[in-house]
Ligand binder design. Structure first.
Ligand code: ATP
Length: 323
């Protein structure tokens, strides 16, 4: 293998740049030409890629976002779109592709391999931490720390005014960010998509705290919780305790941005180098992961289809710690 390409795709995550840097420098170290694809699969279809040098990735290890830009490509979801993308790679003699993204990105990469034989390796770049085959995904640690920073600030004002706050964090299908920020932020309750928490459960947990002379409380909700958004949940809870001063904060996209934590920079660097080495070892259609601090490769099929269950002991911890 002489030429490889790299792209970032799906929702951006802090540490994607560090991973990109590691792919480029890891590739150059091993004597490869490395092409950067601009705007994910959309750029690949349009042939928007350029040869990267070592200096192309200078000073980005601590930079959030992705210098290659990310995109959600509808065209790549079609057979014709993927054929165009494969043709662009073949025209330049590129034999291997590293994709940095989440499960959607890997679904697309899997199809590119199965339909066109393009050798693909995935690096898990998503704040959701919901991919099977790795203990951590790139960006998750930073996102949790960003959420914690906000929750600490909210607690100050919640305490001063003796308020009940509902804080919504990201996680459409996954409660990883929610449960970690609930433990780290000392929340009274957490609501995640993986388990059903009724409004009665929330009210009864909060009531225990109020009976214990707690004057301020924080409930963390994941955006995909079955009871709805934090705003909707707050409105339902308000009916049970109309006298409470209730406020809602939706953290939103601040969780995607910012300089990656030390953990994410190192994780991303390990994964980027490992992705290049996988291609050199003729591995293909796999995702790089870290399990028990060891590098492992999981088939894209497994990474996409297998569940990574949330550790329910962590939910219990929130309950124990909130008395
Ligand atoms: P995140 O977890 O942060 O949302 P993601 O990689 O799952 O990241 P998606 O928007 O789901 O983000 O997917 C990224 C891109 O991957 C899509 O824009 C699309 O081009 C491609 N993709 C997603 N699903 C498919 C699919 N079923 N078939 C082909 N390509 C797909």
């Amino acid at each position: 293998m002489k030429k490889i390409a790299v792209l970032t795709s799906g929702g951006d995550a802090p540490g994607m740049n560090a991973c990109l840097r590691a792919v480029v420098r890891g590739g150059l170290y091993h004597g490869l030409d490395v092409y950067g694809v601009v705007r994910g699969y959309d750029g690949l279809i349009r042939g928007d890629l350029y040869k990267m040098k070592s200096y192309s990735v200078s000073n980005i290890v601590g930079q959030g976002g992705t210098i290659l830009k990310s995109a959600r490509s509808m065209e790549f979801k079609t057979k014709e779109g993927r054929a165009k993308a494969a043709e662009q790679l073949r025209a330049l003699g590129i034999e291997g592709l590293v994709v940095i993204g989440g499960d959607g990105t890997f679904t697309g990469a899997n199809l590119l391999y199965n339909e066109h034989g393009i050798k693909v390796v995935g690096a898990p770049g998503t704040i959701d931490n919901d991919l099977f085959g790795t203990d951590f995904t790139i960006g998750y640690d930073t996102a949790v720390n960003t959420a914690l920073d906000a929750i600490d600030k909210i607690r100050d004002t919640a305490n001063s005014h003796e308020r009940l706050f509902f804080v919504e964090v990201m996680g459409r299908d996954s409660g990883y960010i929610a449960v970690q920020s609930a433990i780290g932020g000392g929340a009274e309750k957490v609501m995640v998509p993986e388990t059903k928490t009724t409004i009665d459960d929330v009210v009864s947990s909060l009531q225990k705290g109020w009976d214990n002379e707690k004057s301020a409380s924080i409930v963390i909700t994941a955006e995909g919780d079955s009871e709805g958004s934090a705003m909707e949940i707050a409105a339902k809870v308000k009916k049970h305790c109309p006298d409470k001063d209730i406020k809602v904060t939706t953290l939103g996209h601040i969780q995607r941005g910012g300089s990656p934590s030390a953990f994410d920079r190192i994780l991303a660097s390990r994964m980027g180098i490992a992705a290049v080495e996988a291609l050199l070892e003729d591995k293909s259609n796999v995702m790089v992961g870290i399990v028990n601090d060891k590098l492992v490769y999981t088939t894209l099929d497994d990474a996409i289809t297998k569940e990574k269950p949330l550790n329910t002991d962590l939910l219990k911890m929130v309950e124990i710690l909130s008395i």
